[in-house]
Design a protein around this ligand. Structure first.
Ligand SMILES: N[C@@H](CCC(=O)N[C@@H](CS)C(=O)NCC(=O)O)C(=O)O
Length: 362
């Protein structure tokens, strides 16, 4: 049986619990109490070297990161689908999911808000969280207005909804965000609360979740590498921002990469093996959600706590992510996940390249 390492209040775990429910998959719930620090236990660090939930165990295969897990489940258990078949609508699902997973959630992660509270006080922590959630929500509100039906990208539930529902739940219940400025998102929040797969995945304590749970330039560069790999450079529809115009506009490096992958599959950006593909997603998200978004923090720390703290924080976050990547990828090949270049390599390369001169990470 599948095992899910999860914490009831973790929005990232919550996404996966909804996905498992939608697909009707039973799983063993393994609670990891983040407030008690159980994510740092040696046993859990063997499962996920960066010490975050969720993590999924399927027999001898272990994978972390909500996106990697959901895509693994999607391929292994394709019904009902978590992604629409239409290429552009699919890219919009990725884009919306990534606004949540890379531009909102990492900035309200436990370690970050705890740190801000310690250094700058509880009021500053609340302002910080509300500012970043609000910024992401304003973008989502605009992005989804042309796509939303009953749910985020139409009348069926898809990946974007799995990411939005927990984030909306956290904004309303944990951070008390004023939602009147986001009428579309508020309507979606109400719609999710009526769906059993979402209700059963939502909070309550762990015991109640039964079986059944200018940093942007690096993003732009990795799209350019992919465009090169796909011999698209002659088209070069992007400037130095990760925004691609192909008739319609697609933004977010990952959404663009996946759009290109499907439209031009002749130079695959993902391996065909299901498990290796999931590891590619995990490594890519380690960079895009657990390292890169936190590089915007140093500026904040410089203002609030001083210049020394800025470098310390940057090194801490990059170092933590790199240590986890080192462990995750140690058994693969010439490149990050084998002898061919896949997105994991693209994301890792860019990040190593960018971190070196800026923060002198070892
Ligand atoms: N990109 C990862 C992020 C995982 C993550 O940040 N998990 C949070 C809970 S939502 C966590 O375990 N935080 C523990 C900590 O900050 O110590 C995912 O989507 O799974």
């Amino acid at each position: 049986m599948l095992k899910l390492y999860s914490y009831w209040r973790s929005s990232c775990s919550h996404r996966v619990r909804i996905g498992l429910n939608l697909k009707g998959l039973e799983y063993e719930y393994k609670a990891v109490n983040l407030v008690k620090g159980e994510q740092f236990s040696p046993d859990f660090l063997k499962i996920n070297p960066i010490g975050y939930v969720p993590a999924l165990v399927d027999g001898d295969f272990v994978v972390s990161d909500s996106f990697a897990i959901l895509m693994y489940l999607e391929e292994k258990y394709p019904q009902p689908p978590l992604l629409p078949s239409d290429l552009k609508r699919k890219a919009i699902n990725y884009q919306a999911a990534n606004i949540v997973s890379s531009s909102i959630q990492p900035l309200q992660n436990l370690a970050v808000v705890k740190y801000i509270e310690e250094k700058a006080g509880a009021d500053e922590r609340d302002i910080w969280a509300k500012t970043h959630i609000g910024k992401g929500f304003a973008a989502l509100e605009k992005l989804l207005k042309d796509y939303a039906g009953k749910y985020a990208t139409g009348d069926e539930v898809f990946l974007a909804d799995l990411y939005l529902a927990p984030q909306l739940y956290a904004a309303v219940n944990r951070f008390n965000l004023d939602m009147t400025q986001f009428p579309l998102l508020l309507r979606l929040h109400e719609a999710y609360s009526k769906l059993p797969a979402f209700q059963n995945a939502a909070s309550g304590k762990d015991s109640k979740l039964k079986l059944n749970s200018h940093w942007r330039s690096s993003c732009a560069q990795l799209v350019i590498i992919a465009l090169n790999l796909k011999e698209f450079m002659t088209l070069n529809p992007i400037g130095d921002m990760p925004v691609m115009v192909d008739g319609d506009v697609v933004s977010d490096s990952f959404a663009i990469l996946m759009y290109l992958e499907e439209k031009n599959p002749q130079h695959p950006l993902l391996p065909s093996d299901l498990k290796r593909k999931a590891i590619n997603y995990q490594a890519a998200y380690l960079v895009s959600s657990s390292i890169q978004p936190l590089q915007s923090l140093p500026k904040y720390f410089e203002e609030k706590v001083g210049a020394d703290e800025k470098v310390v924080r940057a090194r801490t976050h990059i170092g933590k992510g790199f240590a986890a990547l080192g462990k995750l990828l140690k058994d693969y090949g010439k490149y990050a996940t084998g002898d061919e270049v896949f997105p994991a390599s693209v994301y890792c390369f860019i990040h190593v390249h960018h971190s070196k001169p800026i923060y002198s990470t070892q």
